[in-house]
Every structure is written in structure tokens, then in C-alpha cells.
Design a protein around this ligand. Structure first.
Ligand SMILES: Nc1ncnc2c1ncn2[C@@H]1O[C@H](COP(=O)(O)OP(=O)(O)OP(=O)(O)O)[C@@H](O)[C@H]1O
Length: 334
């Protein structure tokens, strides 16, 4: 649905040229929640703004639903933007307008009739959970409520895509979670493709199916969230994953006996919820000492890692490992 083909963006300033985005190529599927994570200055905002033509690439092309955003005329771009909603870290609401009037604004620009606009705005107010606050001004709302107005306004023209620019960075953790749940519901109910940028791995963990990691204008790693979490390749990705998992693989339960029979198990795709360990104990004549373990929940199901010691006959241990692997549990010598 969204193709980012070899896109670069450079800015020329007094101090020379800054390359904000460098040769980025990504494909985002319809209906996905796709996250881009990186530290400040990594190029996330620039890349996101190229998706709705707020910035144009120095080279490369952005195609949404078959239409080249980077090469279309300004009138085509205005029309295309109606199908690409955007929400912002600082909400960008019109302070002199009420909640209802803020949501009506994009409908006025799209020249939708007054009656239809009011019906649509009321529907959206219900969708984002702001019933009863229609006539409040932004200054009378909490941060979470302001972002709900931002979301309703972004959805006014029934977009196919919603771009989220650090949409929860100004919110406390609880409000962040409620806004992320709202975005998940919108994605499920309306089938809207969501692309979000963030510097918080928690946001990626909570709602994204796939993630791209950005550093110095480049996408350095990309994949399904569970895969990136369980097998981060780049140093920067490992740092982000540490935000969620901590520095170790979980709580140390036992030190073991120091013998060379320790294995690391990785459970993915919902396998963390299955009783594989107790099955192994039941069916194979071996003992298992659990040394360390951790389970993490993501939008795509839970995954976990566990360090165990297998004690018993070597052939039984081999059979137990084969059994675990047949259940899609990854086993490696720790
Ligand atoms: N309009 C501009 N003119 C010049 N340089 C710019 C401009 N916009 C961004 N940059 C530079 O491009 C690089 C990437 O910035 P960008 O805002 O895309 O990063 P980011 O990952 O979104 O970071 P942040 O979260 O801090 O906004 C930075 O070095 C920034 O200074």
C-alpha cells in the first residue's frame, strides 16, 4: 500500500548540507500498524513528513495506493492528503475553536455540507470517547483528551492512512496506554493503516506489528516486532530492546550447578503461553532446572526467553530438545 523507494532528503543550511534521510526503502501493507523508532535526529519526522508531502524527497519516491506523493501536482497532493490523516506530539489544535469546531475544520476545507459534517463530527466524538465535551475549548482539556480531538480531526475525511508523529510523547504512561488502545481499536474497526514514529520501545511493543529502526538517516534494521525483540542485530536495536527487557534475560532464579548443560529457550508466536516445559518433564526422563526467565507481551502475542539446565541421560536430553523444537521453541546452548 505504501512504498518508500530509495528515498533521501538533504537540507542545505549555512553550516553545510545535512542528510536527514538516506536511501530508505520500505513497504508498508494495508491495515498494518508500522512503527519507526530512533533517537532524536535519526530522521523519523522527515521521513514521516515525506509520506504526506509536507516534505519532498531530494531523491527517490513515495507511492501511496499507487499514487506518487512525491511527484504529483499541488492540487493532486491536496486531494491525496485528505486520505492521509496526521496527529502530532503537541496536538496542533485550534485554540479558539471548540472540540466540535476543531473536528469540523478539515470537513469545511473539504467542502462537505454542514449537516453531513456535524453528523460525521458527532460520530467521531463518540468514537474517540469525548461525548459531553463537544463545546469545550482545548485549554479546558487534559493532554489525553486533546490527543483524542487530534485523532478525531485526523479521521474526519475517512483517511486510509494515519500518520502519528510522537503522538504519545507528551503524555503520562497511563494516558499513553489509553491513546495506544484507541489507535489499536481504530486500526481494527476502520482498517486504517497506521504509521507511527517514536523513541519509546514501549509504544512499538504495545501496538505495532512491524518496526523499522532508524539511525543517522538510515533504516538499520526492520522486521516483525517479535523477531526484532528476540533477535536484535544492531547495537542501537539492542539498546531499544533493553528499554523493555532490562539488561538481562529476566530474573535469575537459580545459578545451576555450573555444568555445561545449560540451554537458552526462545518462545515466540504465542508459544510462551503453552505448557511446554511441564510436557517435557512428563514425557522425557530428565530433570529441568529453570535458571532465568522473562515473558514480554507484544501486539503480536507474547514471547519469552528462558535459561534452563537439563539433567539426565544425553539421549533423553536430545529427544527433549527435538520435542521443544517441534513446538517452534528455539533452543540454543547458553
Ligand atoms: N528543515 C530543516 N532544515 C535543516 N535541517 C533539518 C530540517 N529538518 C530536519 N533537519 C535535520 O535533519 C536531521 C533529522 O531530523 P528529524 O527531525 O527528521 O529527526 P527525528 O528522528 O524526527 O528527531 P526528533 O525526534 O528530534 O524530531 C537532524 O539532523 C535535523 O537537524
Amino acid at each position: 500500500m505504501i512504498q518508500i523507494n530509495n528515498v533521501s532528503k538533504t537540507y542545505k543550511g549555512k553550516k553545510g548540507t545535512v542528510t536527514a534521510v538516506q536511501n530508505v526503502s520500505l513497504n508498508i501493507e494495508a491495515g498494518e500498524i508500522f512503527g519507526m523508532i530512533g533517537y532524536s535526529g535519526a530522521g523519523k519526522s522527515t521521513l514521516l513528513r515525506m509520506l504526506n508531502g509536507l516534505e519532498s524527497p531530494t531523491s527517490g519516491e513515495v507511492i501511496i495506493n499507487g499514487q506518487s506523493i512525491s511527484k504529483c501536482s499541488s492540487s493532486q497532493l491536496r486531494k491525496a492528503r485528505q486520505k492521509i490523516g496526521m496527529i502530532f506530539q503537541h496536538f496542533n489544535l485550534l485554540w479558539s475553536r471548540t472540540v466540535l469546531e476543531n473536528i469540523l475544520f478539515p470537513l469545511e476545507i473539504a467542502k462537505v455540507s454542514k449537516k453531513e459534517s456535524i453528523n460525521r463530527a458527532k460520530e467521531l466524538i463518540k468514537l474517540v470517547g469525548l461525548e459531553g465535551r463537544e463545546n469545550a475549548y482545548p485549554s479546558e482539556l487534559s493532554g489525553g483528551q486533546k490527543q483524542r480531538v487530534g485523532i478525531a480531526r485526523a479521521l474526519a475525511n475517512n483517511p486510509d492512512v494515519l500518520l502519528c508523529d510522537e503522538a504519545t510523547s507528551a503524555l503520562d504512561p497511563e494516558t499513553t496506554d489509553s491513546i495506544l488502545s484507541l489507535l489499536t481499536n481504530i486500526n481494527k474497526q476502520l482498517g486504517i493503516t497506521i504509521i507511527l514514529i517514536t523513541h519509546e520501545m514501549h509504544v512499538i511493543q504495545k501496538i505495532c506489528q512491524r518496526v523499522a529502526v532508524m539511525e543517522n538517516g538510515n533504516v538499520v534494521e526492520e522486521g516483525h516486532v517479535v523477531d526484532v525483540f528476540t533477535r536484535p542485530k544492531q547495537a542501537i536495536t539492542k539498546k531499544f530492546v533493553t528499554q523493555i527487557k532490562g539488561n538481562d534475560e529476566g530474573e535469575v532464579i537459580s545459578q545451576g550447578d555450573g555444568k555445561d548443560n545449560t540451554y537458552k529457550l526462545t518462545f515466540k508466536n504465542g508459544q510462551a503461553d503453552q505448557p511446554h516445559i511441564s510436557e517435557v518433564v512428563k514425557h522425557f526422563d530428565i530433570e529441568i532446572n529453570i535458571l532465568q526467565g522473562k515473558i514480554v507481551q507484544t501486539a503480536e502475542g507474547s514471547y519469552g526467553t528462558m535459561k534452563i539446565q537439563l539433567v539426565g541421560d544425553i539421549n533423553n536430553i536430545k529427544e527433549a530438545i527435538t520435542y521443544l523444537e517441534s513446538k517452534q521453541v528455539e533452543v540454543e546452548v547458553a
